[in-house]
Design a protein around this ligand. Sequence first.
Ligand code: SDX
Length: 431
Amino acid sequence: MTKRTVTLTDNATGKQVELPVHEGTHGPAAIDVRSLYKELGYFTYDPGFMATASCSSAITYIDGDKGILMYRGYPIEQLAEHSTYLEVCYLLLYGHLPTSTELSDFSRIVKEHSMLHEALRRFYGGFRHDAHPMAIMVGVFGALSAFYHDSTDVQNPRHREISAHRMISKMPTIAAWSYKYALGQPFMYPDNSLGYTENFLRMMFSTPTTAYKTNPTFVRALDLILILHADHEQNASTSTVRLSGSSEANPFAAVSAGIASLWGPLHGGANESVVRMLSSIAESGNVNQYVARAKDKDDPFRLMGFGHRVYKNFDPRAKIIRKMCHQLLAELGAENQPLFEVALELERIATEDEYFIERKLYPNVDFYSGIILRAMGIPLNMFPVIFALARIVGWISHWNEMMHDPESRIGRPRQLYTGEQPRDYVPIEQR
Ligand code: SDX
């Protein structure tokens, strides 16, 4: 089949360059611009990478216009209905749904690695008691690289697999202990007789004094949140992990950089900001004033939980989690709480107000996940931690795919220089 190409003409010189086009299995083809600088002397310019493919990947596919999200070809709607987070971890990591033997082996391995080294446990004591749990996560997760000298060869597939297992296994313990440390409560060790998500909830909410009974609806709701947040193509935090890992830094350090990126309120910090915003609006009693502020170009305020870089249609994850959100609120009899009433009012406005319709600003997954986590009694500053707990498998799957990709090389973007022309040094007495 003849290779597709595009021809670029420099209208200033009439010089032309023919660029190859790469076809994916789904979605837009990509123009290979690697020869552009050599042939025509130009860089490409795309702040925020709105139209730039940084890599090829077989893990997740998003169609923002059609509201499609697939993990390894499986529609998110089917995985949300039939799968579990641990099974989705296997799918994202290995590329196929596990047989029952593969899943039980994977589950056993994940349970075997769920404890942290006791020296790492003492690491928590160095933080102020009111440290944000994401600050603790960045530090503690990065410190894991100090403990695992047995699997540091990033070019060794078996070492990469061991690191992936360790991250998926230990993330719930690190996350739950970040919460317990902030509370000043004793750390609860993993109980491997429980399932992955139930084990995390138990480490979060149980204490040595009373037997802990998990609420099955909470387990299902959280497992659904973890499935929906597990991966999302080349989002900011995943791209951070890929760029950090491209220098062959160890995977724990690369993922720690991803945790830091996820913390931002425009990304994984959005669900925490959603509930803070809903609380302020509920307190003010004036939804319309906040909507007006969100529409005002001179006001930096944005409606957190609305809009998405890629989804210019309803975020498919939001559609799925919206159902669980309303079901949980009904079960808890919380629908009439002011905060949730404001959420339902904002949801209505976003689907009727011209500003939001024109800009295709629909509620995104973080709008509903924030409400569910709040209803489950998970504290606000733990919301991005839950997001990181879910996304760990996406990060490590992309890192592994990159390390395995013969085309991958150290990431080093260029720039459009807009600084000073060359000038001579001026001695201080002449300034
Ligand atoms: C996640 O990349 C991923 O996949 C991320 C994620 C994942 O799973 O990894 O999906 C998770 O990060 C979801 C997004 C969570 N963030 C928020 O909810 C924060 C609030 N949303 C916005 O800040 C914003 O929508 C972004 C950051 C999500 C997307 O920003 P873009 O794509 O850069 O869009 P933009 O800033 O160019 O906005 C386009 C227009 C602008 O208006 P105009 O200049 O055209 O007049 O829409 C407006 C913006 O002002 N706009 C909003 C708005 N979001 C965009 N106006 C009011 N409220 C908002 N939330």
